[in-house]
Design a protein. Sequence first.
Length: 288
Amino acid sequence: MCHRPTGSGVQLVASPAAWTCAIALLLGSPAVLADEPPNLLTDSFQLALGTFAISSEPTVQLKGTTGAGDRVDFDEVLGGGDATRIRLDGHWRFGDSDRHKVKLIAFSLSRDNSKTLDEEIEWGGEVFPVNAKVKAEFNFDVIEAAYEYAFLHRDNYELSAAIGLHWTAVDTSLSASAETSGGTLTSDISSSGSVDLPLPVIGLRGIWSLSNDFWLDATAQYFALSIDEYDGNLQDYRVLITWQPRKWLGVGIGYSQFSVDVDVDADKFDGSLDWTYRGPIIYYSASF
């Protein structure tokens, strides 16, 4: 017997092939799924696929051997550039009481851009002079696994507490070629840094049943950490409204904000990361 997903949104920008496979999986057996109405407070699984438009503000400081380095705002200094964005959210509800859930989140952002500098940048032990054409790359990946317990579970709403772990991976680089920098460089220069951040997280979540098959889903997560080479915090906020008339058919809109602010003193990354993305979401969901 098929069960149905509960209240997690998935925001995804993907290739046509990925969309085709995902939709085929979700719509593969609508006749089987049509027997019972969806219920996001009792269904076992929920998945959602969608797209979102975000503004992001990655600011990265990478120190060199001198122990100094500029905080580079990749939007303000280097421009927006090209970006790809993928986010997946989902959870599994288990147990006879319908109070226990395992939540998974996967988020990925990659950006690259080239720009001729109008100000000097010292970053990662290299000095990028005015008029140098700099290529910037920024890759950010997050995976979260968390356990949620609904301490209030009623017929039309539930409130849950969550505890879990975010694994955040950052890879970023700046490079400049002497050939394309108008004589400002005598040789090619580049600098890069990467770091994996294991950040615990705690959170609260509420799901409410509204009229006419509408559902409200609100999540807030936060954790501050100061241990070994890491010192910082992580925040994740999201509000979604889903219309779920069928198990296999749901659409929704929402707003999401995710930010990480951390100082790192590690071999591959000595510096700081201050990054926030925020923006509206449109998504498709299925519940089993």
